[in-house]
Design a protein around this ligand. Structure first.
Ligand code: SAH
Ligand code: SF4
Ligand code: F3S
Length: 494
C-alpha cells in the first residue's frame, strides 16, 4: 500500500494558532471489496489511532480512499479538547449530510474523543451518524459497521483498562516514509482541572516495551528514519512483566512502596527510550508529551547519552503563575518548572529545543498572573509554543467547581500577547542557529520548490536547503545562513 504525504493543514490563521490539522486517508487499491475514508482531527494520538483503525478495517475487507464520494464507510476520528474542535466536526457532519442524501447506504461513523464524550447522544443530535466508537473500541469496528449496515444501533464507548492495541501493526497513513508515530501508552490519570482527555481516553496504561521496540525495528527495516513515541504523559510510562504488581498496588506506587519485584521486569520511560535508541544509531527518536510533574533527570541523561535521541522536549507549562497552576491541578509550581528547565540546559545544553502549550484566561486568572506567563516565557525562551485561550469543557473539575470568569475579550487579548511574544522568542532562538552546522533528516521537498529539500534538525526546527544530490531519508549536514521565526535556511556542507 503506497502512501504519500498529504498534510492538509488548514491555513486559516485561527487554525494555525491552535495547530488543528486534519489528516485524510490516501487511496489504497489492493483489490478489497469495500472502501473506507477516514478524516482525523486533534492530536497525534488520534492520527496514530486512525492507522490502527485502517489496519483493523484492512483485515476486514476495506481499502482506503481519499474521496468521500467513493467511500462505503466514512469515519471521522474526532477531538473534544476545545469547543471549537467539536464545532468543526459538527460542521463537517453537516457537509456530509448531502453526500449521504445521495448515497443512503454509506455508513457515517464518529470515532475518538467526541464519540466518547457524547456517546449515544451523537446519534440523536446528528441525524446522519450511524456509528459511534470510542478510542478503546476499535477492534469492534468491523462488527459495528455490520450492525450499521443492518440499520441497528452501532455504539461502543467502553473504556478499557488494558487495551493498548499492542499486537496491531498500524497501516501508515499520511506518511512521508521517513517518520512515523508509535503509541507507547493510552489514557491519562492526571485530571488537570481544565482537561477533557481523562474522560475521553480513560485510565492510563503502558504498552509492552518489546512490542514498541519491534514496531520501531519494523519501521527501520522498511526505511523509516525517525519514530516519535506518543503518550499524554510519556514520563509516567511504566510497564511490568507481571501486570499484577502494578495493578494490585496501583500504577507507580508498586515501585515507590518498595514492593518485592524479584524476578519481575519493570521498564520506565528512560529505559524504554534507551531500548528504542538501540534499534539503530540511524533511527532518530522523538517523544511527546513530557509532563513537568513527572519528567526525571534519568530521562535527560538518557537523551544526552544517545546522539539519535533528538534534543527536543515538548514540556507544556500552561501558565507561569503558581496559583493558577495549582487551580489547574498541574502538580508543579513556576519555580519547579524553572528548575527543570535549568536541568535541561545543564544536561543537554542550550541547543536543546524546548516547546510548550499555554492556556490564556483560565478561570480566576488575573492580569498580573497572566504577566507571569509572559515573564516565564521570556525566562525559558521557548523555541515554539501551541497557544490557546481557555475553553470550558463539560464534566471537568473546572466546569463543575469554577467559574469561567475571564471575559472572552480579555482571554483573546492575553492570547494575542502570548502569541506575539512567542513570535519574538522563536525568531531569537532561530537566530542563535545562524552560522551553525546541524544534522538534518530530509523529509521531502520544500513546499515552495522542488529544487529545495525540507527536513528537521535535532531540535525539531524545519530547515530548508538546496537539493543538490540529496534525497528524502538522507541525513545531511547543513550550515544555517538565515532564518525566520518558523524556518531555518542553509546549505549542505560536506
Ligand atoms: N497531555 C498533554 C496535553 C494534551 S492536550 C499535557 O499535559 O501537556 C493539548 C493542550 O491543549 C494542552 O496542553 C492544553 O494547553 C490545551 N488544552 C487542554 N484543555 C484545554 C481547554 N479546556 N481549553 C483550552 N486549551 C486546552
Ligand atoms: Fe489533559 Fe493534563 Fe492529561 Fe495532559 S496531563 S492530557 S492536560 S489531563
Ligand atoms: Fe483531542 Fe482527544 Fe487528542 S480530545 S487532543 S484527540 S486526546
Amino acid at each position: 500500500m503506497q502512501k504519500v504525504i498529504k498534510d492538509l493543514a488548514i491555513l486559516k490563521p485561527s487554525d494555525k494558532e491552535t495547530n488543528e490539522n486534519v489528516h485524510i486517508t490516501e487511496e489504497s487499491n489492493t483489490g478489497k471489496t469495500r472502501k473506507l475514508y477516514i478524516e482525523s482531527y486533534g492530536c497525534q494520538m488520534n492520527f496514530s489511532d486512525s492507522e490502527i483503525v485502517a489496519s483493523i478495517m484492512a483485515e476486514h475487507g476495506f481499502d482506503t480512499t481519499s474521496e468521500v464520494d467513493d467511500a462505503d464507510v466514512v469515519l471521522l476520528n474526532t477531538c473534544a479538547i476545545r469547543d471549537n474542535a467539536e464545532q468543526r466536526v459538527r460542521n463537517r457532519l453537516q457537509n456530509l449530510n448531502h453526500v449521504k442524501s445521495k448515497k443512503p447506504d454509506m455508513v457515517v461513523g464518529v470515532l475518538g474523543c467526541m464519540a466518547e464524550r457524547l456517546k449515544k447522544r451523537l446519534l440523536e443530535e446528528e441525524q446522519m451518524v450511524d456509528l459511534v466508537a470510542g478510542p478503546d473500541s476499535y477492534r469492534d469496528l468491523p462488527q459495528l459497521v455490520l450492525k450499521a449496515d443492518e440499520g441497528q444501533e452501532a455504539v461502543n464507548v467502553f473504556l478499557s483498562r488494558e487495551e493498548t492495541y499492542a499486537d496491531i501493526a498500524p497501516v501508515r497513513l499520511n506518511s512521508n516514509g521517513v517518520s512515523a508515530f508509535i503509541s507507547i501508552m493510552r489514557g491519562c490519570d492526571n485530571m488537570c482541572s481544565f482537561c477533557v482527555v481523562p474522560f475521553t481516553r480513560g485510565r492510563e496504561r503502558s504498552r509492552d516495551p518489546y512490542s514498541v521496540v519491534k514496531e520501531a525495528q519494523d519501521l527501520f527495516d522498511k526505511g523509516y528514519k525517525e519514530v516519535t513515541l506518543l503518550g499524554q504523559n510519556v514520563d509516567s510510562y511504566l510497564w511490568s512483566s507481571n501486570p499484577d504488581v502494578i495493578s494490585l498496588l496501583g500504577e507507580k506506587k508498586a515501585v515507590k512502596k518498595g514492593a518485592d519485584l524479584t524476578g519481575v521486569e519493570v521498564v520506565n520511560f528512560a529505559q524504554l527510550l534507551e531500548k528504542v535508541a538501540l534499534v539503530s544509531p540511524d533511527l532518530r527518536i522523538r517523544f511527546s508529551t513530557s509532563h513537568p510533574k513527572d519528567i526525571t533527570e534519568e530521562v535527560l541523561h538518557t537523551m544526552a547519552k544517545y546522539e539519535n535521541i533528538c534534543k527536543y522536549i515538548h514540556l507544556p507549562v500552561q501558565s507561569g503563575n503558581s496559583r493558577v497552576l495549582d487551580v489547574m491541578n498541574r502538580g508543579y509550581t513556576r519555580e519547579r518548572y524553572l528548575e527543570i528547565v535549568a536541568s535541561i540546559r545543564r544536561i543537554l545544553g542550550d541547543e536543546c529545543g524546548i516547546s510548550s502549550d499555554m492556556i490564556a484566561g483560565f478561570c480566576t486568572e488575573t492580569e498580573e498572573e497572566h504577566q507571569d506567563t509572559l515573564t516565564l516565557m521570556k525566562e525559558v525562551e521557548y523555541d515554539f509554543s501551541y497557544m490557546f485561550y481557555y475553553s470550558e469543557r463539560p464534566n471537568t473539575t473546572a466546569a463543575k467547581k469554577m467559574k469561567d470568569d475571564v471575559p472572552l475579550e480579555a482571554k483573546k487579548k492575553r492570547l494575542q500577547e502570548i502569541i506575539a511574544l512567542q513570535q519574538e522568542l522563536s525568531l531569537k532562538r532561530n537566530q542563535q542557529d545562524v552560522g551553525k552546522v546541524q544534522k538534518v533528516l530530509v523529509e521531502g521537498f520544500s513546499k515552495r520548490s522542488d529544487e529545495y529539500l525540507k527536513g528537521r534538525n535535532s531540535a525539531n526546527k524545519v530547515v530548508i536547503f538546496p537539493k543538490k544530490t540529496y534525497k528524502k531519508g538522507d541525513y545531511v549536514m547543513v550550515k544555517v545562513h538565515d532564518c525566520t521565526a518558523a524556518t531555518l535556511f542553509g546549505d549542505a556542507v560536506n
